[in-house]
Design a protein around this ligand. Sequence first.
Ligand code: G3H
Length: 251
Amino acid sequence: MSRTPLFAGNWKMHKNVKETLEFLDDFLPLAKDISSEIAIFPPFTSLYAAAEKIKGSGIKLGAQNMHWEDRGAFTGEISPPMLKEIPCDYVIIGHSERRQYFAETDDTVNKKVKSAIKHGITPVICVGESLEQREKGMTLSVVLAQVEKALSGVQIGCGNDLIFAYEPIWAIGTGKVALPSDAQEVIGAIREKLCKLYGNVAQDIRILYGGSVKPDNIKDLMAQPDIDGALVGGASLDAKAFYQIATYNRG
Ligand SMILES: O=C[C@H](O)COP(=O)(O)O
């Protein structure tokens, strides 16, 4: 089993082209010093500029969403071949903000996961419970149902074909990070489910934690056996903070 830690910066609807290039001017010199894998997820309009700028740096690039079809009359949507052309390595699928505000369902998540894998783009599949669901003791049943539905009919060749991100909705952008032991409980249960679906190869699937990750809480999260990195929102907008998160193990 060897899972390279991944620190993924989801910029959400932040940073135009100019701001993206400014961030990279600050971050690229720092990134030379990072041994973990780094991926950034700028808005669609900044992807191409980011791709050109990070060439040869080892930093990976991802989109925050995509349609599952290759082309068609889907006004406002972006297809997998368009992302490949950039080129994007990753795509976030099923982020809770898309589930909550843009009618993303388990069914569309499943279609997008299948399409991403078919096109050689690694999906970062987001799952997580609301505060109400957690308080009712439904966390594991909600999250594991999301995992199962996302993967319905999905075949994988190896553990690198997909990534999961467990993001409790109540921890996103709130400053309330999950207790590392609580995050481990859910992420451990996700891995067990993946083992049931895919056997030993599931030991190679990376599962990230997301939700108010900051330089001062990442170390305790990364000490958990099944947490393989983080999907970072707000703190990934700042080059220094994102660098500090990715180098949490330097003491
Ligand atoms: O995709 C990232 C998550 O939604 C976490 O966002 P946050 O770090 O701002 O809480």
